[in-house]
Design a binder for this molecule. Structure first.
Ligand SMILES: [Zn+2]
Length: 260
């Protein structure tokens, strides 16, 4: 009975958080039975593509602990227990619907590419899973996508989305969203549209041409949320979650200068 309820809950999470296309949803569904689809367990809640060596498995288990420590420090405790699946090959990533992604989250299942197999990208996706776990359904739907992403970027400290990357975009005159534009990105659909608009989805091509990657959208979200988080801290983040769960509309009190 409990198992059925858990499975139902997982399927609901999957439907709610899966990427928009039905194809990707189906592929993400394979993560519900990892050992049946070519994964080997490498630690608690951690699966690695079959064929990985012991050193890779150890380093991923360590990365998972580091990510957990970041989530605990940021939220004061860890409410979510996502299951991480690390791909080593591009084929594995494509098979599970993550082609072109560094990492992604399907409900409480995280899929990592070889480039995302580090604590920063586990922490990024874990931040999404933690917010989802702590918020009621209604509150989660009211959480703007730009904030959910900006928080994940700020907590994860991934160099790809860092303040240094933002400053590079500014100095190189590379197109990036204004604050006003960023704050209109409320839904996943709007976020994905902006992802295409700023060609953040063109990095495989840039790498093939030997050019620097561009992560304008994620860097912008991190640039907006970092000052707020620095000022509000853990207490401010927990208050925000509490207010959303109480039915209040999203508002960042004590917002940092970038949001004023
Ligand atoms: Zn994200």
């Amino acid at each position: 009975m409990a198992r059925s309820a858990n499975l139902l809950h997982s399927l609901i999470l999957l439907i709610a958080l899966a990427p928009l296309s039905g194809c990707s949803t189906l592929k993400g569904g394979k993560l519900m039975a990892p050992e049946a689809f070519g994964w080997v367990p490498a630690g608690a809640n951690l699966y690695v593509e079959r064929g990985s060596d012991a050193a890779t498995q150890r380093s991923l288990a360590l990365a998972m602990s580091q990510a957990e420590a970041v989530i605990e420090a940021s939220f004061g405790s860890v409410a979510s227990r996502p299951v991480v699946h690390a791909c080593l090959s591009e084929q594995c990533l494509a098979d599970f619907g993550g082609q072109g992604d560094i990492a992604k989250v399907y409900g409480d299942r995280i899929l990592l590419s070889a480039r995302g197999a580090n604590w920063q990208f586990i922490a990024h996706e874990w931040s999404h899973a933690e917010m989802f776990k702590r918020l009621s359904w209604r509150a989660w739907w009211r959480l703007p996508k730009w904030f959910d992403e900006g928080l994940a970027v700020a907590l994860s400290q991934a160099p790809e989305h860092s303040e240094a990357h933002w400053q590079y975009l500014v100095s190189a005159g590379i197109a990036r969203p204004s604050t006003t534009e960023l704050l209109t990105l409320q839904t996943r659909h709007q976020w994905l549209e902006a992802h295409r608009l700023y060609s953040d989805n063109q990095n495989a091509e840039r790498r093939a041409r030997g050019e620097a990657e561009v992560h304008a959208l994620y860097a912008a979200a991190g640039h907006q949320v970092r000052p707020w988080l620095a000022e509000a801290g853990r207490a401010g983040l927990l208050r925000l979650i509490e207010r959303l769960n109480a039915g209040e509309t999203f508002e960042l009190s004590g917002a940092g200068p970038a949001l004023r």
